[in-house]
Design a protein around this ligand. Structure first.
Ligand code: TXA
Ligand code: MG
Length: 323
């Protein structure tokens, strides 16, 4: 491996990162959700490197990050007032909006779709970086394809090694889960991915109805069944009664289990969904580092953010065998 490519985020390192992006490089950077692996959106060659570094299939499109709403005019074919309404309420924030793209947005970024996914992150480091780069930044999560998304710079380094030209370190991300993705099509909204902003919060704040993907044939490309997975076998359980193997690690939602598992972690001893979401991927990474072979994990209460947490648990556990 080359020398360490992690730099603590400050004025000088953000400027250096922006210069790398402008020259067509690829930089990993923090957002409030998870770390992203970014390249300038109008540089298809640089975007192609993102796919190579992540080993991501080309049918899986990228999210484009903006620093100011005026940058939308570079990406959107037109801006329907309903889309603007949601953006005004939730940006900067952990909500990605999908809508018809301008022709000039490169096909590699959108996987050939005529739509583009856009969000304005709620993270000063990311916003400064995009602003200094002088154009929107295409960035999926900075993990290897199908592995757990990184919530610390070191997680990026562990998975992508010296693939990125630089990794900006902004500490542990605040939200710890990817953004919620909502698609606008023919006047209606559909949720493509549950994420850091609960869907009911969007509905409550805008008065708009967000339909489930089951209401249409619409799907998010890249939303594969097995995803967000640590190397260990992950088994979702209701409680410790379903967990027989004491050699395994056990992630409880709120209460410490009575059985003596080899390793135990608590997502939130207060039972707080925000705290649980912020810890989930961090615990997966940590248990992977500690070489856990099997991880039992309790599901979260199925409301609000709990839906996004349970979605990630389900995907991490997919094809895991179970007991
Ligand atoms: O919080 C997040 O969303 C993070 C940070 C870095 O912003 N990004 C992220 O990107 O999680 P990721 O790795 O999930 O990749 C983008 C996903 C695709 O897998 C796909 O599901 C969806 O966004 N997507 C992108 N463009 C789309 C489009 N035009 N139509 C439908 N879905 C799209
Ligand atoms: Mg991802």
């Amino acid at each position: 491996m080359k020398k360490n490519n992690i730099f603590r985020a400050n004025g000088a390192s953000i400027r250096k990162a922006a210069a790398i992006l402008k020259k067509g490089g690829v930089v990993a950077f923090p957002t409030e959700t998870v770390y992203g692996l970014g390249a300038c959106v109008f540089n298809p060659k640089a975007a192609a490197r993102i796919f190579e570094i992540k080993k991501r299939p080309y049918f899986d499109p990228l999210i484009v990050h903006i620093a100011q709403k005026k940058q939308l005019s570079l990406l959107a074919a037109e801006l329907p007032s309903k889309v603007k309404k949601i953006a005004d309420k939730f940006w900067p924030g952990s909500l990605t909006l999908v809508f018809e793209k301008k022709k000039s947005v490169p096909d590699i970024v959108t996987a050939g779709l005529n739509t583009v996914a856009v969000r304005m992150p709620d993270c000063k480091i990311a916003l400064k970086l995009i602003e200094l780069a002088g154009q929107p930044i295409a960035a999926p999560s900075a993990n290897s394809f199908s592995r757990t998304s990184p919530v610390r710079a070191q997680h990026v380094r562990n998975q992508l090694k010296d693939g990125p030209d630089m990794i900006l370190d902004g500490g542990k991300t605040r939200k710890g889960l990817e953004s919620t993705i909502v698609k606008f099509e023919k006047g209606k909204f559909y949720v493509l991915r549950q994420g850091a902003v609960p869907v009911e919060e969007i509905e409550k704040n805008t008065g708009l109805k967000i339909l489930k993907p089951a209401d249409s044939k619409i799907q998010a490309p890249g939303m594969l069944k097995k995803h967000y997975a640590p190397k260990a076998t992950v088994i979702a359980v209701k409680n410790e009664k379903e967990a027989k193997d004491l050699n395994a690690a056990y992630i409880a939602f709120k209460d410490r289990p009575q059985k003596k598992f080899k390793m135990v972690k608590i997502l939130s001893s207060k039972g707080c969904l925000e705290e649980a979401a912020a810890n989930l991927f961090d615990f997966f990474h940590d248990l992977e580092k500690k070489k856990a072979g099997k991880i039992y994990i309790e599901k979260a209460p199925a409301r609000g953010l709990g839906l996004a947490i349970n979605d990630r648990i389900k995907r991490a556990a997919a094809e895991a065998g179970g007991e």
